[in-house]
Ligand binder design. Structure first.
Ligand SMILES: C[S@@+](CC[C@H](N)C(=O)[O-])C[C@H]1O[C@@H](n2cnc3c(N)ncnc32)[C@H](O)[C@@H]1O
Ligand code: SF4
Length: 309
């Protein structure tokens, strides 16, 4: 996997870091152009893997594999089996943290509104228009790109990459408030497929409360318009915490009008450590479990119930 994939994370100061995937530890942030073949941090990890050494950057996978679990590393190795040549084939790209929302689950690393409201950064330090760090990447073999952020449809970083990529599978995590630009739609037409994963974790007033600064009427109309007008796949990515267990049902119901929710409605929980993670709602775990039992036929149900104690 490390021989074919890169994760790129941009930070509020315009610097970026790299790693083999989104759960490995990142390199030290830098302004230097990215070179997939010669990057010393990536090469150190590739070399260790080649020699059967457990590089500490991949500690989350080693821990899971020790317990007999199926790590992201094992999954990726399976899907890359039979690929003889080396070279960059997959990119996970977290664009600059430019965002029009201040969701209650998020923080200054991903949202410019959080960053400026907390005084962590000034907007002039966050917004960058040059993306020279991408210049040296050989994109000729790319088969998959995943954009996250920040709000990827608010920056032009995805366009910078897609202008040089053809016939790839492209997916996004987006907050649903932005209709894609004409250029994005044109560039999507030359890709193998495009999926938009909408991060929606309530409908109506509850959505407005969780996704501060966004408006459910605008976002829901935008998603319906995209569904009607564009040839893209649609998914929902619901972030579950103690604040929105009862919002699952109405959100699934809303999405069932446009997608097969058993396949394309995904749920992950708020990161442990966040104040809205289940640990801070221990006195309500029994009632949460009862509510979550309703979703037994969904692939994410066990993982969510197991997060309760
Ligand atoms: C940081 S956002 C960036 C992309 C885009 N702005 C969006 O909201 O989809 C990526 C995903 O992380 C989720 N997220 C935000 N804060 C989180 C947290 N504390 N724990 C787990 N997921 C979180 C969001 O709900 C979203 O699905
Ligand atoms: S829309 Fe995404 S990046 Fe923006 S604040 Fe919400 S979760 Fe964070």
């Amino acid at each position: 996997m490390a021989n074919h994939a890169i994760y790129i994370q941009r930070y509020p100061n315009g610097k970026h870091a790299v790693s083999p995937c989104c759960i490995a530890d990142n390199s030290e942030p830098t302004n230097q152009p990215i070179n997939f073949n010669t990057d010393p941090y990536l090469n150190e990890i590739k070399e260790a893997l080649r020699n059967g050494i457990q590089h500490p950057a991949c500690h989350q996978c080693w821990k899971l594999e020790e317990k007999g679990g199926e790590s992201r590393r094992l999954h990726a190795n399976d899907s890359h089996q039979g690929i003889a040549q080396d070279g960059l084939m997959a990119i996970d790209y977290n664009v600059l943290p430019i965002c029009n929302a201040k969701c209650i689950i998020c923080n200054p690393t991903f949202s410019s509104i959080w960053a400026t409201d907390t005084g962590a950064w000034e907007i002039k330090d966050i917004v960058k228009t040059n993306h020279d760090h991408l210049e040296g990447l050989d994109l000729s073999k790319i088969v998959r790109i995943y954009f996250n952020g920040g709000e990827p449809l608010l920056t032009d970083e995805h366009l910078v990459l897609l202008r040089k990529v053809n016939n790839a599978g492209v997916s996004y995590n987006t907050n649903g408030s932005c209709y894609p630009s004409d250029e994005a739609i044109k560039l999507w037409k030359k890709q193998k497929y495009v999926y938009l994963g909408f991060s929606i974790d309530a409908v109506g007033e509850n959505f407005n409360r969780i996704r501060e600064r966004l408006d459910w009427d605008q976002v829901s109309n935008n998603i319906l318009k995209i569904h009607q007008e564009l040839d893209v796949g649609i998914e929902c990515s619901f972030t579950l915490g103690g604040h929105n267990v009862y919002d699952l049902e109405p959100t699934i119901e809303w999405f069932s009008q446009i997608i097969d929710v058993k396949k394309h409605f995904h749920v992950h929980y708020v990161n442990p450590g966040h104040e809205l993670y289940f640990d801070n709602f221990k006195d309500r775990h029994d009632e949460f479990r009862k509510e979550l039992e309703k979703f037994r036929e969904f692939h994410w149900c066990d993982a969510m119930i197991n997060a309760l104690q």
